[in-house]
Design a binder for this molecule. Structure first.
Ligand code: 3H9
Length: 716
């Protein structure tokens, strides 16, 4: 758990808990023992603390939280105290990462040396807690208030260079950091450590603290959207400044930390952390193949077909991970426009100092633009990203099949169309797969990979691995209309249109969901992604355009209730943000800020009047339940159908593709752990009987089964 060895008179303590040296109880106990041994050994003059496997430490073992084992002594705080109290200088040798509790124990050491590639941070806020092993009290003493607010509230990782500038690291070295730390330890071996004890240092940057806190509070309130950890982190940093001494600050940190530790948001966010990782461990239904049993093919070169918003975003994602891309487009002007967009994105990155100009130039040079299919014949993988038209996509897949080398994998970026139909245009259906990126593709983390009926495990392994390589969160799903994400999203948008028809205004629906924690309500999201997209799909399915005689109360399509308001908007050119009008109005086409539109209100009210629909005031709770439970019910149907194999897959897709508020874990976690399935099922049944003409309210059998099971066990 932690190794002890001696290099001359330097004791070297190496944390050993692969893969990230998390501070489990066993590791913490080992640190305690090793440190005591070093203290008691008269031949030891100084100590180096490092991590095994090129990693210093990723912090507390998050798996211990649900079992409360993180409270067993010695705690991380005890480790920190013991490190600091040592009379012999302790030098932290940081390779790889020092995160959370890992950084806290480093701050317990008297000196910190990092490797050039080290990353440092306090990501606790992302799992709903705060750096409660004195991190909120010690960082401001080392790096100042402004840097502490930046790191602790964002959870971001700072580079070694940044950490050096902030004063967190004393030195950054290019080579072996342990060797460097041993040399450093020798040089400070007999120096007194009292001046190096962080708890005895004053907080830095207190002069401007009031203004910084004021600003941080304003931003945090705006951004946290119901998550309570960010504000508690902020209060803990304030306590470092305002408490009479270090110990009092620590008490406040404990109080705030305990509040988070006993609430329901931290477990939800820890679940989300592991759900993302579980989702990447894909398996086929029935365990026919798994990520463990299947080797991916190498992807050294790729091609992207189509130079629109998606194609260019995908290209940027690939080249950013050093995968050369042949970018193919049928239209020369579009190709030029796409290339210009790619250049602009990198130019912006350079301007914002996210990368150096020469690095950007090198990455842009990885794009080979072309109008000629012959240029893609040798690539390992192709991603088709043309617009959503099956006929066109099938033509392209037939062409790709004819041109590309036999081992090449053919992917489609479709957001809803049938992968098997595209595969049928080729002689290699085993190598056809869906890779659904989310717009903007170079920024959004989710990659929804869709397996067709013939897609081989090797092809699946390749696109799942590719997802990780290009720093996305890949999730594997089955093939159905809308796949997993859009199938659920469309249901919530449809339900929103029924709510509007019955009495809500768009802003009322959106406000409830924004209060719940979404950055944008479903109707603002529809405006953002373009109302015309769904309209064209409905038109192609022949379910729009029919005029309804005035006086007819509600409209039906194929026996189901159908709300024509979204179609009416499109008929009037309201395509959303891009046309400057949708459910909302915008200052100009493309502007982001949605404004309530009195004309929309008039249009909705007139429509209801003309069709004898009596509008009513819909209670807040009903809007919330109907908006969430309809899609949760669909989530259970998706599990039933085998489109997803685990709840974690659904939650990960919603967390990363649709900005589901992380502090509630995702739709399935929220339903299962926060609301309770018996209650969700009861409300779904209630809405099913209130709206027998809305098919999506028919309760899922799986939901029913699990709810009844839970109700039965809770009565035992
Ligand atoms: C804390 O420290 C609280 C204290 O302040 C106060 C306490 C009182 N614990 O992500 P990867 C596992 S809170 C347990 O795939 P990467 C992970 O599940 C903690 N397990 O690799 C995965 O397991 P598996 C603050 C952990 O290279 C494997 O390691 N720290 C932990 O893409 C590989 O992970 C954090 O929040 C952990 N702390 O990224 C850091 N960390 O192979 C959270 C990882 O079975 N961790 N695992 O699926 C991370 O951000 C990333 O995992 C890291 C590596 C950057 C470290």
């Amino acid at each position: 758990m932690a190794n002890y060895r001696k290099e001359g008179d330097i004791a070297v303590i190496t944390l050993k808990n692969p893969p990230v040296n998390a501070l489990s109880h066993a590791v913490r106990s080992s640190i305690d023992h090793c440190l005591t041994r070093a203290q008691n050994d008269n031949d030891v003059s100084a100590v180096v603390l490092c991590g095994d496997g090129g990693v210093f430490c990723a912090g507390a073992d998050i798996k211990e939280f649900s079992k409360n084992q993180h409270r067993l002594v010695p705690t991380i705080r005890d480790n920190v105290r013991q490190l600091e109290a040592s009379d012999k200088p302790v030098v932290a040798a940081i390779a790889g990462i020092a995160l959370g509790g890992g950084l806290e124990i480093a701050l317990g050491c008297h000196y910190r040396i990092g490797n050039v590639n080290a990353r440092i941070g306090f990501p606790e806020v992302l799992i709903g807690i705060l750096p409660a092993a004195a991190g909120t009290q010690r960082l401001p003493r080392v790096a100042g208030v402004a840097n502490s607010l930046d790191l602790i509230l964002s959870g971001r990782h700072a580079s070694a260079r940044q950490a050096l500038k902030m004063g967190i690291l004393d030195k950054v070295v290019p080579g072996d950091v342990v060797e460097a730390a041993i040399d450093y330890a020798k040089s400070v071996a007999y120096k007194p450590v009292s001046l190096r004890r962080v708890s005895e240092m004053p907080v830095k940057g207190v002069e401007k603290a009031d203004i910084l806190f004021q600003e941080a509070r304003k931003n945090t309130m705006k951004k946290s959207r119901g998550a309570i950890a960010p504000m508690n982190c902020l209060r803990a940093i304030e306590a470092a400044v305002n408490s009479p001494n270090y110990e009092e600050g620590l008490k406040k940190e404990s109080e705030l930390g305990n509040l988070l530790g006993t609430g329901n948001q931290a477990p939800a966010m820890s679940y989300a952390f592991f759900a993302e990782r579980t989702a990447q461990k894909w398996e086929l239904p029935g365990g026919k193949a798994t990520y463990k049993s299947t080797k991916p093919l190498p992807v050294k070169t790729a091609a992207v077909i189509g130079c629109g918003t998606m194609g260019t975003g995908i290209t940027i994602s690939l080249i950013t991970s050093n995968i050369p891309v042949v970018l193919l487009e049928a239209d020369k002007k579009l190709l030029e426009r796409g290339l210009k967009f790619i250049q602009q994105v990198f130019a912006r990155n350079v301007k914002q100092r996210r990368m150096k100009a020469d690095a950007a130039k090198k990455l842009i040079s990885l794009v080979t633009p072309t109008l000629d299919y012959q240029q893609i014949k040798d690539v390992d993988l192709v991603i088709e990203a043309v617009f959503e038209n099956m006929k066109l996509k099938k033509e392209i897949f037939a062409k790709l099949d004819a041109v590309c080398k036999p081992s090449a994998i053919l992917c489609s970026n479709t957001s809803s169309l049938n992968i098997d139909e595209m595969a049928s245009a080729t002689k290699r259906p085993d190598k056809v797969v869906g890779t659904h990126f989310f717009a903007p593709a170079h920024l959004m983390k989710l990659l929804e990979n869709i397996r067709g009926k013939d897609t081989s495990p090797e092809t699946i392994a390749t696109v799942m691995t590719l997802g990780k390589t290009i720093k996305k969160v890949p999730v594997l799903v089955g093939n159905c209309t809308g796949f997993l994400g859009n199938r659920m999203h469309w249901i919530r948008v449809t339900e929103a249109s029924f709510l509007i028809e019955e009495g809500c205004l768009p802003e009322e629906v959106d406000r409830v969901l924004e209060d719940f924690g979404f950055p944008l309500g479903p109707l603002k999201v529809s405006d953002l992604s373009g109302l015309d997209v769904g309209w064209r799909i409905r038109q192609s399915q022949g379910i729009t355009g029919e005029k309804v005689p005035a006086g007819t109360p509600l409209r039906y399509r194929q026996g189901q209730r159908y709300c024509p308001i979204p179609d009416m908007l499109c008929e009037q050119g309201h395509f959303g943000q891009k046309t400057g009008k949708g459910y909302y109005k915008y200052e100009r086409p493309g502007a982001f800020q949605a404004m309530n539109d009195p004309d929309i209100k008039d249009m909705i009210v007139a429509y209801c009047r003309d069709h004898n629909i009596e509008r009513r005031k819909i209670p807040y709770q009903e809007i919330l339940e109907r908006s969430l439970y309809c899609m949760i019910n669909e989530g259970f149907k998706i599990l039933e159908d085998g489109i997803a194999t685990r709840m974690e897959d659904i939650d990960t897709i919603w967390l990363y593709g649709y900005a589901w508020p992380r502090h509630t874990g995702g739709p399935m976690y929220y339903a299962t752990k926060m609301v309770g399935l018996p209650k969700v099922y009861e409300r779904v049944c209630h809405y099913a009987s209130a709206h027998p003409d809305i098919m999506h309210w028919q309760p899922s059998d799986l939901l029913k089964k699990m709810a009844l099971q839970e109700a039965a066990t809770s009565h035992l």
